[in-house]
Design a binder for this molecule. Structure first.
Ligand code: SAM
Ligand code: DTB
Ligand code: SF4
Length: 331
C-alpha cells in the first residue's frame, strides 16, 4: 500500500497514535527520511499586521476583544514597516513570511487592498508569502493568489466535536469552507491545530483524521501547544506534556509523509533536547523570530545555535517549484 493516503480510517489512526512511544518515533522518523531531507527545517517568520480587538470568542486567544488579556489593539500596519520586518527576517535566514490579522473574516475594503499590496511586496522579495486573516470567500482567495500568495494558514484547532467548547462564534464547517476556497484558488494550505485545549486523545485523533482525509493533504500542518493567556477562559489549563507533542507530531508525519509538520507555538517552554525529539519525530518547520503573533518565541540567535548543534539547515524558498522545474527541464 502507498504511504501517501487520504483514505485513513479512525481506528487505523488510533492504532498509530497509540503505538508505544519509541516505536512510534522510529516509524515516523523512517517515513520522514524516506520522503524528506531530514537535515532541513523550514523557517517561517510571523508578523501580526493587525493586532487585537477581534470579535470572535476563541477561548485560547489573546486577541479576542472580549477577554482582558492586556494586548494593545493595533490598526493595520503600513506596508513599508511590514516589508522592512520581512527583510530582517530574510536576512536572518527565514524563507517564509506569514502575516496574521486578528479578523473574523476578510472584508472587501481598503484594508484588504493594502494586504494585497503587502503580499505583492513580500513575494517580490523572493520569500514564500503566507497570510492568516480569518475566513475567505473564493473570490478573495483568488485575489490573494493573483497578488502572489503562496500559502494560507487557517487552523481547525481541534476536533469537530470539541470545537463548540472552544469557539461559538463560527462553525467547523465555516473553517472547512474557507480551506476549500483556498484550494480552489491554487494557494497551498497550511492547516493544523492546538493541543492543551482540554480535548481528549480521541479529539486529537479525530482532528488528525480530518486533516489526513482531505482530498489533498495540507502542504503544511502546524501543531501548536497552547500558550495559556491570563484573562482567557483557558488561562489555567495545564501545560502540554512534551510526550503528547511528540506523539502528535509523529502521528501527523506518518499520516501525511510529505507535509511540512510545523513545531509551532509553545517552543519557549521546551528545551533544545525536547525540540530535538520533535524534529526526530518528523517536525520539519518552525516559526522563528522573538515573537509569534503577540507572545514570546525563541530568538533567531537561539534558534541558529540550536540548528548548528543539531546539524539542521534552513530550507530554501520555493523548493517544490524549483524541483519541479528542474525535473521538467531534465525530462
Ligand atoms: N484570526 C485568524 C484566525 O483565527 O484564523 C488568524 C489569526 S489566529 C491568531 C491563528 C491561529 O493562532 C489560531 O487558529 C490558533 O490556532 C493559533 N493560536 C492563537 N492563540 C494561541 C495560543 N494562545 N496558543 C496556541 N495557539 C494559538
Ligand atoms: C499557527 O498555527 N500558529 C501561529 C500561526 N499559525 C499564525 C500563531 C500562534 C499564536 C500564538 C499566540 C500569539 O502569539 O498570539
Ligand atoms: Fe480572532 Fe483569530 Fe484570535 Fe479567534 S484566533 S479570536 S478569530 S484572532
Amino acid at each position: 500500500m502507498s504511504d501517501i493516503r487520504t483514505n485513513w480510517s479512525l481506528p487505523e489512526i488510533k492504532n498509530i497514535y497509540d503505538t508505544p512511544l519509541l516505536e512510534l518515533i522510529f516509524n515516523a522518523a523512517s517515513l520522514h527520511r524516506k520522503y524528506n531531507d531530514t537535515a532541513e527545517v523550514q523557517v517561517c517568520t510571523l508578523l501580526s499586521i493587525k493586532t487585537g480587538g477581534c470579535s470572535e470568542d476563541c477561548a485560547y486567544c489573546p486577541q479576542a476583544a472580549r477577554y482582558n488579556t492586556g494586548v494593545d489593539v493595533q490598526a493595520l500596519m503600513q506596508k513599508e514597516d511590514v516589508l522592512s520586518y520581512a527583510q530582517k527576517a530574510k536576512d536572518a535566514g527565514s524563507t517564509r513570511f506569514c502575516m496574521g490579522a486578528a479578523w473574523r473574516e476578510v472584508r472587501d475594503n481598503r484594508d484588504f487592498d493594502r494586504v494585497l499590496d503587502m503580499v505583492k511586496g513580500v513575494n517580490e522579495m523572493g520569500m514564500e508569502v503566507c497570510c492568516t486573516l480569518g475566513m475567505l470567500t473564493e473570490y478573495q482567495a483568488q485575489k490573494l493568489a493573483d497578488a502572489g500568495l503562496y500559502a494560507y494558514n487557517h487552523n481547525l484547532d481541534t476536533s469537530k466535536e470539541h470545537y463548540s467548547e472552544i469557539i461559538t462564534t463560527r462553525t467547523y464547517n465555516d473553517r472547512l469552507e474557507t480551506l476549500e476556497n483556498v484550494r480552489k484558488a491554487g494557494v497551498t494550505v497550511c492547516c493544523g491545530g492546538i493541543i492543551g485545549l482540554g480535548e481528549t486523545h480521541d479529539d486529537r485523533i479525530k482532528m488528525l483524521h480530518t486533516l489526513a482525509t482531505m482530498p489533498e493533504h495540507p502542504e503544511s500542518v502546524p501543531i501548536n501547544a497552547l500558550v495559556p493567556i491570563a484573562g482567557t477562559p483557558l488561562e489555567h489549563n495545564i501545560k502540554v506534556d512534551i510526550w503528547d507533542m511528540v506523539r502528535m507530531i509523529a502521528t501527523a508525519r506518518i499520516l501525511m509523509p510529505k507535509t511540512m509538520v510545523r513545531l509551532s507555538a509553545g517552543r519557549t517552554d521546551m528545551s533544545v533536547a525536547e525540540q530535538a525529539l520533535c524534529f526526530m519525530a518528523g517536525a520539519n518547520s518552525i516559526f522563528a523570530g522573538d515573537k509569534l503573533l503577540t507572545t514570546p518565541n525563541p530568538s533567531f540567535d537561539d534558534d541558529n545555535a540550536m540548528f548548528r548543534l543539531l546539524g539542521l539547515n534552513p530550507r530554501k524558498a520555493f523548493k517544490e517549484e524549483k524541483q519541479y522545474l528542474h525535473e521538467m527541464t531534465e525530462a
